[in-house]
Design a protein around this ligand. Structure first.
Ligand SMILES: Nc1ncnc2c1ncn2[C@@H]1O[C@H](COP(=O)(O)OP(=O)(O)OP(=O)(O)O)[C@@H](O)[C@H]1O
Ligand SMILES: [Mg+2]
Length: 296
């Protein structure tokens, strides 16, 4: 689930996870937003390791700070080499906030989940648009950087090995490991049999524009968006305010349908009278899936 801030990505992710688990699929909700919100929505304390939410349903909110140190430790030579080459220093505990590193860490965790193969469905609750784009570009970027680093192999490996015997060789080994993971995840993301992407939006100008940009950027990277969820659609009401608002929403919904309706599933969700969490997610799940608006 991807989309602009506050539009309902986490609600849709949690509801999708709930629905999948109710269909008997072993499901994991995986939060990829450093500002996690699955705990609040599911009303369970979720942590760095998967916890059980219900039958067939687990959730995890990877803790970037804790993971950063582990990640740093498992690529120690590579990062030491980068720091030596580019002359910058960072304390391991601050490492998770270095641009791009958070995405790498999430990718690494996701890779482990993917390879373990314990779940039939993994629902990823993504960060707002600006944060999710680097993640989708990541496999390309990582492959590019890593290829370049390997290209420098002959020059740098020797120098690093002179600094400390074996150092250069372990840099190359770690670079290869990272590349394998990035490639595996890229292949999984671009495989329509393995991954589906939903963009969540609200029927307002800025959100529609941002979502259109998000979709074209994502698709330019070879990843196709399968469905669009239009959230907070107003119920019909006779007052002047609602009539005008509903008319304006309809304009945007029609625009979305005209632009994407032939290629993507488009689902509408009402604006519920209460904030959606806990039990309320069951209603969202039924509204999205039971009536056939979306398929898992
Ligand atoms: N259709 C709806 N009706 C009523 N409340 C909703 C609806 N969809 C979402 N909400 C509420 O809006 C708030 C934001 O939703 P949510 O956290 O899912 O958005 P988000 O896109 O994940 O936000 P962020 O970008 O901050 O991660 C939540 O409090 C949620 O309960
Ligand atoms: Mg969210």
């Amino acid at each position: 689930m991807a989309g602009k801030g506050g539009v309902g990505k986490s609600v849709c992710s949690a509801a999708t996870g709930l629905w999948a688990s109710q269909q008997g699929k072993k499901t994991l909700a995986f939060s990829m937003d450093p500002a996690h919100s699955l705990s609040d929505l599911l009303e369970v304390d979720i942590g760095n390791r998967p916890v059980s939410i219900g039958e067939n349903f687990d959730a995890v909110e990877p803790d970037l700070r804790a993971e950063a140190e582990k990640f740093y430790a498992s690529y120690r030579s590579l990062f030491r080499a980068l720091f030596e080459m580019f002359q910058f220093e960072v304390r391991p505990e601050d490492f998770g906030v270095v641009p791009g590193v958070g995405e790498l860490i999430f990718m690494d965790r996701l890779y482990d989940v993917y390879m373990e193969g314990k779940y039939d469905v993994v629902v990823i609750d993504s960060a707002p648009t600006a944060l999710v784009l680097p993640l989708l570009k990541l496999p390309d970027v990582t492959t590019g950087v890593v290829t370049r680093l390997l290209g420098m192999k002959s020059r740098w490996t020797g120098i690093f090995n002179m600094l400390e015997p074996g150092f250069g060789d372990s840099v190359v080994k770690e670079v290869r490991r990272l590349r394998t993971k990035a490639e595996t995840m890229r292949n999984a993301i671009i495989d329509p049999e393995a991954t589906t992407i939903s963009v969540v939006l609200i029927p307002e100008k800025a959100a529609v524009l941002e979502s259109e940009r998000l979709i074209s950027t994502v698709e330019a990277h070879g990843v196709s968006v399968n469905s669009i969820i239009v959230n907070h659609v107003m119920e019909a009401c006779d007052c002047d305010y609602c009539r005008r608002k509903a008319a304006s929403q309809k304009g945007y919904i029609d625009e979305i349908k005209a632009k994407f309706g032939d290629k993507k599933q488009i689902a509408l969700l009402p604006s519920y009278s209460e904030e959606v969490k806990g039990e309320g997610l069951g209603q969202v799940a039924r509204d999205l899936y039971e009536k056939g608006q979306l398929k898992l």
